[in-house]
Write a protein that binds this ligand. Structure first.
Ligand code: SF4
Length: 434
């Protein structure tokens, strides 16, 4: 598939791509933020033109699925009116800058990367030469927050080493194989110099008919350190720096912010946010979080800036709406891809089966965390192995894999073959008991 074909296949706000259950419109958000009024607009558009529930994605964005044929222009116009659309498709495609949902809130962060992320995003959208980047080309700017996604590989990542420096690396997760470090004041210059190098290489390779789209393609014949050495800023050694491990399941529940207020993370089961949930969330955000809602890369939401004495009631309201705010249920950390109801490659109904699996497991004394059901081996929902992965074989039947913390590819070791959901639940229980 050529690069232009790949571009066509990747959903965007202006490029609503067909799928088994209708069009997919992906709405990329600036630092994952969506205002209460925008959430209401999304609810109205989804109800009128697509599936009534929206999806939270694993890059802190939102998707409307099931867009009816012929309704594409109305959806795009509605998103523009809601202030969710950039000027054009080129600017939309490059909005792939991920930060922690706790960016600017977390007292444990080493650097508040909010303004750097905003500047990078603004330049990517405004300077049209960057529109040559693939819609999948991703950048992560990690301030060292305790709640951070460090499982999604990015084309380029920056990760705070201390209060003044960022380590950086390519085609990997924050902290993995760093190529060097730069002063925080040089980070923007360094990042755009790397992008310029990459875009120049796209042009050179295109002229030779050898198309490249991602940083890993550039690294086939060169080392990341050669890219670092060519930067127009001082590159420092990383030494024995390692990114501190993020807090497990830190995106779920209440957590104190650096200003004494509270943020509450809430998980919509399987990333699906229905009409009642969207409207209730918007009303709650208006009441307690200054109308701000943040999407997270765990397919969940975060309400920031809540007064301490309002936090318990806000969490209760979220639970009543159908969100999970405590990490004691299997669905708090279960993910699936679209499965056979939304994707023609899906061999089983991953969403329906995940609900059935969670029901089997939730009656048990210990919740099982980190389950991924995938409709085929492509594993769209999880770029890195989950602790447990069920890979569909036929409707209702899966192979079950278990992966250790250090596994970086594949699904891990197969521990059960051709299992029904009941059999998979039984095996998971036995394993957790052992
Ligand atoms: S993992 Fe397979 S079945 Fe699931 S969405 Fe991706 S391609 Fe479709």
């Amino acid at each position: 598939m050529s690069q232009s074909d790949r571009r066509f296949a990747c959903p965007g706000l202006y490029r609503i791509v067909p799928s088994l259950d209708g069009g997919i419109c992906r709405i990329k958000l600036s630092r994952g933020r969506v205002a209460a009024a925008q959430m209401r607009a999304l609810a109205a558009l989804a109800e009128e033109y697509g599936h009534p529930e929206i999806e939270a994605t694993n890059r802190a964005n939102i998707q409307i699925r099931g867009v009816k044929p012929g309704a594409e222009d109305a959806v795009i116009a509605g998103l523009k009116a809601a202030g969710l659309a950039p000027e054009n498709s080129g600017a939309d495609d490059v909005r792939n800058v991920m930060v922690s949902p706790y960016c600017g809130l977390d007292g444990d962060a080493l650097i508040d990367v909010s303004s750097l992320a905003d500047k990078v995003l603004e330049r990517l959208m405004r300077e049209t030469r960057y529109h040559a980047l693939s819609p999948k080309f991703s950048i992560q700017i990690d301030g060292g927050e305790a709640v951070a996604m460090t499982e999604h590989p990015n084309d380029i990542w920056l990760s705070a080493m201390d209060g003044d420096h960022f380590a950086f690396g390519f085609a990997s997760v924050p902290g993995e194989r760093p190529a060097g470090a730069v002063a925080a004041s040089d980070a923007e210059t360094a990042l755009f110099a790397l992008l310029d190098t990459f875009i120049a290489e796209i042009g050179r390779r295109n002229a030779k008919g050898d198309k490249i789209a991602r940083m890993r393609h550039l690294l086939v014949d060169r080392d990341g350190s050669t890219l670092a050495a060519a930067l127009p800023v001082t590159v420092h050694a990383v030494g024995d720096w390692q990114r501190e491990a993020p807090m497990p399941l830190g995106h779920i529940g209440a957590r104190a912010q650096k200003d004494g207020r509270v943020a509450i993370g809430a998980v919509p089961p399987l990333g699906r946010i229905g009409q009642k949930m969207m409207l209730g969330l918007a009303d709650l955000a208006d009441r307690v979080s200054g109308a701000e809602i943040r999407m997270t890369p765990w397919q969940s939401v975060l309400l920031p800036g809540i007064a301490e004495d309002e936090a318990a009631e806000a969490a209760e309201t979220l639970e009543e709406l159908g969100f999970i705010t405590r990490p004691d249920r299997t669905l708090a950390a279960t993910i699936t891809c679209a499965g056979s109801t939304g994707c023609k490659s899906g061999l089983a109904d991953t969403k329906g089966d995940a609900l059935a699996l969670a029901q089997e497991l939730d009656g048990w004394a210990h919740p099982v965390f980190g389950i991924h059901l995938t409709g085929c081996a492509k594993s769209c929902a999880a770029p890195r192995p989950a602790p447990f992965t069920l890979v569909a074989l036929t409707p209702g039947h899966y192979d079950l894999f278990a992966a250790g913390d250090r596994e970086r590819a594949g699904f891990g070791k197969r521990i059960g073959a051709d299992l029904t959901i009941e059999q998979a639940a039984q095996l998971l229980r036995q394993r957790e008991q052992a």
